[in-house]
Design a protein around this ligand. Sequence first.
Ligand code: G2I
Length: 483
Amino acid sequence: MKPPNHPMDRPRGRARVRGLAAVLAAVAAVAVGVAMPAQAASTLKASAEARGRYFGTALTRGDLGITAEVNLAAAQFDMLTPGNEMKWDATEPSRGSFNFGPGDQIVSFAQSHGMRVRGHNLVWHSQLPAWVGGVALNQVQGVMENHITTEATHYKGKVYAWDVVNEPYNEDGTLRQDVFYKAMGSNYIAIALRAAHAADPDAKLYINDYNIEGINAKSNGLYSLAQSLVAQGVPLHGIGFESHFIVGQVPSSLQANMQRFADLGLDVAITELDDRIQMPADSSELQQQGTDYGKVVNACLAVSRCVGVSQWGVDDGHSWIPGTFPGYGAAMMWDSSYQPKPAYTAALNALNSGTSSPSASPSPSSSPSSSPSSSPSPSPSSTPIGGACSATMKTTNSWPGGFQSEVTVQAGSASVGGWTVKWTWPGGQSISSLWNGTQSVSGSSVTVRNASYNGSLAAGASTTFGFTANGTAATPTLTCTSP
Ligand code: G2I
């Protein structure tokens, strides 16, 4: 028996190739159909980036041949998860024999469209080739470590994050008794995370699961495990909340639940969002679906460690839902003719309606306890004597041909009412998108001024802005001035 919300296989071959005209029509419909405030971004990715986040999708190799679908994906999303191509059955179909061709195709599509990649996945009880079940229990750890090491090494530097362990929990909050558990007990999770970290120290390492979006027995089980892994210093960096919802049933505790994992020092992400409706979907259900998508996006925006939202697919014509949940469908933000639905408008409006970015506010620990007009706190050593502000740049991710950086701007010994950071690129780099600031570029010189919401900094307080750029990662010398 399938549990009511159990993700399962979808049949192939329903996909129909549609023309570019449909996508152009969809884009035109978006342009006229979505009322947005002045200067609001008009794609999910631009709006998400303006809030310091990403908006992602999942595509399979088959999807890459469907022009209208990939055009829409490239226009709207800046993070890509391979639907099947990095799973164990695809990458190590027989023991010790690896095939990364299909996964590489997804990665190169992402790279050529300015998208980052969420690696999915390294260890999962499903889509596991039969030979793994036949391995002697005392050899399973070696087989698992070899699989992780080989795959994570192959994709080193090309994935932003890995779902290292996928769907490890039963609904009652106990771990599934799969072959990995049978061989190593619950230790298999820490062993897997350590192997992935050794192979790709820069990738964010996640545990990903479904039906853990609200506070319930299953998420409580995962929470205890996450607490203990963090306490032991195991390299766990994030929790993925798949979010395969039924219309009208987004758990009310979603935000609080993500926040409790974030409070452990972990990133959180919505990794596989869809919201299925019993067919045929009527207009009130489509409106409710919009409400649901808005709630999910707002929950992510409200949790400063929520790094982004990914939908599991693009349009209703290519979603896994109808094949797995007969009678259900219409779970995506675009219909099967690539027309945007109320869910798209709601997601975009939620992203655009915020006036401040949570990640742009000074954190309580970096805010001075005194008010700017009373005695200022001592200048941090990085602040030049007498300087109004200082700025430092660090690279947070890089891939062939591109990188992502974060700049921390800190007020000196007095408060500032605005800031300007300047630098010169050493090797022809160019910014592709920037958030929490406004940029102007002249040749290799870049000037970034504060956004409307993060210019005022109390003495000693800091804020950040970030960007993705083309070229080789660099950390040039910065100057910071206050007007
Ligand atoms: O089931 C939805 C998702 C739940 N969370 C983990 C995800 O990895 C999972 O994705 C789906 C894919 O979207 C499906 O495309 O995982 C399914 C398998 O559990 C995928 O379906 C399978 C088909 O059932 C197979 O017949 C097919 O050979 O895709 C395979 C590769 O095309």
